[in-house]
Design a protein around this ligand. Structure first.
Ligand code: ZN
Length: 430
């Protein structure tokens, strides 16, 4: 008899009751044991007894990435040293690395959450899971490993090693599940394609760990691996690590583990909560985390809550794909726009490549947006007019703001291996 890692609660009411208990516990735990949180909560006029319903969440102060940096190296810590059994750190793309501490129970909860990912993806205990993400200080490798062992499948812990080794093990062990970042998935897909391995491997599912990728990239990986489906695992070191959600076999959205944390979507400008369907910043509050609990932690990731439950019947709600970071968002004529929306529009137009720049400027008090895109390698400049007209039309309908499209030669926009700057706001340059 195999154990299930799905939530014990079956209805929305039961889930809400469990969330309220968890919220009360978290506020009391943080208030009692973390000097940082006590100060914050006191300043907001909140004592543990003030939490009476889930609505009281709105009264709690936000926590941000800079709070974690200020408390370095043990930010948000709410337990004694002897309770901490492990630390992990995030790469810290902006500023100092973030270190988070875990108690034995935190590690245990994380393993159960991650085991749920494998279960929801339809993995069985007979599967062989080849893990190609990084091990060490980062949460990725150890998270995939921990969840796999807890679930009971066979873990093949390779890490992001060389492709020769991955191909060899994939063929020899007849690996059935491959776990990787989307970029690694693409590299491996091309490798399998180039070495003509498709008929010699047995991979049925690819699980991606926490890296934004386009639908086109995912399709290519599925095609080259010769698989029917792939899954996406979101993850954030502050919130345990990867494994806090997964898109199920219906692929209608990303289920998130609402019995372990509450997810709010807020307007990053006004900080007001947004209704389902509206895109904003993801804010998380943990319900059982001991070492470094999170209270309304602003992740800076943009997504939206699904207004409807999934057709799979799960009680676990869903959020949309991650659409980028709040830092990348810009506002034009009162409309919030983020680069992922432009990515998506351009990826549906065969006449252009994926590289682009957005230039914002102001003339006579009015804001203008120009999108500079590369003409596709195969497109003829004589088609420019038709392509720009098509794109301008889609932009007006999808983004609800007008934008001018300008085509430039293929491969003429700058490319870097690091994060490429794409938005140029020239509105305050006189
Ligand atoms: Zn579902």
């Amino acid at each position: 008899m195999s154990r299930s890692f799905m939530p014990e609660v079956k209805t929305e009411e039961e889930l809400k009751a469990l969330q309220l208990d968890g919220l009360k516990w978290t506020v009391r735990h943080a208030y009692t044991n973390s000097p940082f949180y006590r100060k914050r909560l006191e300043a907001a006029g909140v004592v543990p007894e003030s939490i009476k319903s889930l609505d009281d969440l709105k009264r709690l102060p936000f926590t941000t990435a800079s709070d974690l940096q200020e408390g370095y190296p043990f930010p948000l810590r709410a337990v004694d040293d002897e309770e901490i059994v492990r630390i992990h750190a995030s790469t810290g793309t902006t500023g100092k690395r973030k270190i988070l501490c875990y108690t034995k129970k935190d590690i245990d909860d994380w393993a159960n959450m991650f085991a749920r990912c494998y279960e929801m993806a339809g993995v069985t205990r007979r599967d062989r899971v080849q893990i190609a993400v990084g091990y060490g200080l980062w949460t990725a490798g150890v998270g995939f490993q921990l969840g796999c062992e807890r679930f009971g499948a066979m873990a093949v812990p390779v890490g992001p090693a060389n492709r020769d080794m991955h191909c060899e093990l994939m063929v020899d062990l007849q690996t059935t599940v491959f776990c990787c970042t989307a970029s690694m998935g693409l590299l491996m897909a091309e490798e399998i394609h180039n070495r003509n391995l498709r008929d010699r491997i047995a991979v049925k599912k690819v699980i991606f760990g926490a890296e934004r990728h386009s639908a086109a990239m995912r399709r290519k990986i599925e095609e080259y691996f010769g698989i029917e489906e792939s899954f996406d695992i979101p993850g954030l070191t502050e919130l345990y690590g990867p494994g806090t959600g997964l898109d199920c076999e219906k692929h209608e959205g990303v289920h998130y583990w609402a019995d372990y944390y509450i997810l709010e979507i807020i307007n990053p400008e006004t900080l007001e909560p947004l209704p389902p369907g509206e895109t904003g910043e993801m804010v998380v509050t943990t319900l059982r985390k001991e070492g470094a609990p999170l209270i309304r932690y602003r992740t800076r990731d943009l997504t939206y809550l699904h207004p409807e439950p999934c057709s799979c019947g799960s009680v676990l709600p869903m959020h949309g794909p991650l659409l980028g970071r709040t830092d990348d968002m810009f506002i034009i004529r009162g409309v919030n726009i983020y680069p992922a929306q432009i990515d998506r529009i351009l990826s549906q137009e065969p006449g252009v490549e994926s590289e682009y720049q957005v230039i914002l400027n102001r003339k006579e008090g009015k804001d203008y947006m120009t999108i500079r895109a590369e003409r596709a390698k195969t497109a003829n400049p004589s088609e420019d007019e038709a392509i720009t007209a098509r794109l301008e039309n889609v932009i007006r309908h999808k983004l609800l703001v007008r934008g001018r499209v300008e085509l430039v030669d293929y491969a003429s926009l700058p490319r870097t291996s690091r994060k490429t700057r794409r938005v140029f706001d020239e509105r305050n340059n006189g």
